[in-house]
Design a protein around this ligand. Sequence first.
Ligand code: SAH
Length: 348
Amino acid sequence: MQPQDEAPRRRDLRDMTEGEVAELLAELGQPAFRAKQIRSWVWEKGVGSFDEMSNLPKTLRQALAKRCTLGGAEEAVCQESADGSKKYLIRYDDGVCVECVGMPSRARLTVCASTQAGCGMRCAFCATGKAGLTRSLTAAEIYQQVLHVRDDFDTRVTGVVLMGQGEPFANYDESLAALRRLNDPEGLGIGARHLTVSTCGIIPMITRFSREPEQFTLAVSLHSAVQRTRDALMPGVKRYSLLRLYDAMGEYVDRTGRRPTYEYALIKGINDTDEELAYLCDFCRDTLCHVNIIQLNQVPHSKFQPSSAERANTFVRRLAAVGVEATIRKSRGADIDAACGQLRQRNA
Ligand code: SAH
């Protein structure tokens, strides 16, 4: 609690709208062009303090520091994989930590970012789900992960996937605002099609997403096309039936004309049987989609085991035979627990 007579709480400049920044500058008697300079420092360069904004007069920097913060984030841990990918644990001012990953390949750098600290969806096979939700991140905090990876690799980020911790559609507004900043030429200028949201399948938000003007890419974690199996694996979306998901995805495709991805992590004896494969083929047949077969990352103390590579190949072949495009996602950074909340768990 703040005493009554203390100055009002400073706001994070990055959470302020352009209108609010313009208002603040006017109040401080500053010309409007300062807003563009500030935007560039915050969103392109990603500075951590007002002092670094070297083309602003010192008095303005001081005035801004009195009124606003620039929400800090620091790297708590960094692990590098033999395949060149790097995983970071980022700690925000309030001590909350999230993971993000940088995955370089030839001329590209893809960042996997988190949208929440922890997650409330309770997927049975996921390390993050075990600990529950700590809190959602702001758009600026999501954005900051990408800037951190860019600066560490010292190269342009060519794609971002919101596939780290958390459920982006349980934090819809902030996730979308982060994507817009990443897309903005005054931000990182990443093409919308190279910005991907992955959801466990919150149907009202899929519908909302299909109406957004930008051509962002959608991935849906399917993991089973058998209702009973999916309910057991993904209890957080039990109330949204596969039938409704099927319809919502049909509408998404009709409205956007874009191809969504289904993620399917193969779990031995659970969702990799012939029966499961037949249901998956039926779910995808004659629809516009791409299936990403993923090798399950082993979570310590979990009863779930990954399927064999042979089984993954069978899935791809059978899907192709019914006209469904499928690939096996190359697993990156297995030696550094690159997926699914394991770094955060270990350091919590
Ligand atoms: N909540 C969103 C995005 C974050 S999870 C979603 O569910 O899509 C990103 C992806 O990792 C999801 O497809 C999720 O199901 C998958 N995942 C979680 N735990 C995993 C594990 N142990 N092995 C492989 N993939 C996993």
